[in-house]
Design a protein around this ligand. Structure first.
Ligand SMILES: [Zn+2]
Length: 220
């Protein structure tokens, strides 16, 4: 029997860039959050209604537009705050958020965020972007554009840092237990979710032998 408060996850693949938007809820109540709302807010609202979920907040893994272009509409419709990394650059914070008077709450590495009675921990994972963040609850890890199934985020963008990405993957994510479920920010793999243990075997960016080899693989 499940404990009274258990995480449920609705994964939505939305838009032309294969983004994954997540509805996370607590089975013990109707509290829920949406991670990286973008592309089709109508569908996100439909899913909230279908799950009888009361949206508490929006969380952002990082500030790239393909993960944030539904923030204004969703946060306004639900009247909820937006939690985002303190390190999200000012130029990625949309003017419309200020114009719409959306409440922005910044988080840092190690902070705790809640969904109903469930607690998530923020793991700072810079590399693809300076503000890259993952959200961890028990063995559920939402990885944004840090880790994909059999891939990882691009590191050739102006604000990317490939050495930081190596450390985020190898020193922050890889030490987690092998049964950790990876929920990526894009549908780029054979699977839509996988365990970290499997990814250690099949993901070329998790089995690079050295930082040098990783950098060559990612940037080559
Ligand atoms: Zn990104």
């Amino acid at each position: 029997m499940n404990p009274p408060h258990t995480l449920y996850v609705k994964q939505m693949q939305l838009g032309h860039m294969d983004n994954f938007v997540y509805l996370l809820g607590d089975t013990g109540g109707n509290g829920a959050v949406v991670v990286d709302p973008a592309w089709n807010v109508g569908e996100i609202l439909n899913q909230l209604e279908f799950h009888n979920a009361a949206l508490q907040a929006v969380w952002l893994t990082h500030g790239h537009y393909d993960h944030t272009d539904g923030v204004t509409e969703l946060a306004q419709a639900a009247g909820v705050p937006v939690y985002l990394p303190r390190l999200t650059p000012a130029e990625w914070r949309r003017d419309e958020w200020r114009d719409a008077d959306i409440s922005l709450i910044e988080f840092d590495d190690g902070d705790e965020l809640s969904v109903g009675a469930l607690t998530f921990r923020v793991l700072a994972t810079p590399g693809h972007s300076p503000d890259g963040s993952c959200f961890l609850h028990r063995n559920h890890l939402f990885t944004g554009d840090t880790l994909f199934i059999d891939g990882c985020g691009r590191c050739d963008l102006p604000t990317s840092d490939v050495e930081a990405m190596y450390h985020s993957l190898h020193d922050v994510i890889m030490p987690l237990p092998d049964n950790t479920l990876i929920y990526p920010g894009h549908d780029y793999g054979r699977l839509t979710v996988d365990t970290l243990g499997n990814q250690k075997r099949t993901n070329p960016f998790l089995n690079a032998e050295s930082k040098k080899q990783f950098v060559q693989r990612r940037m080559g």
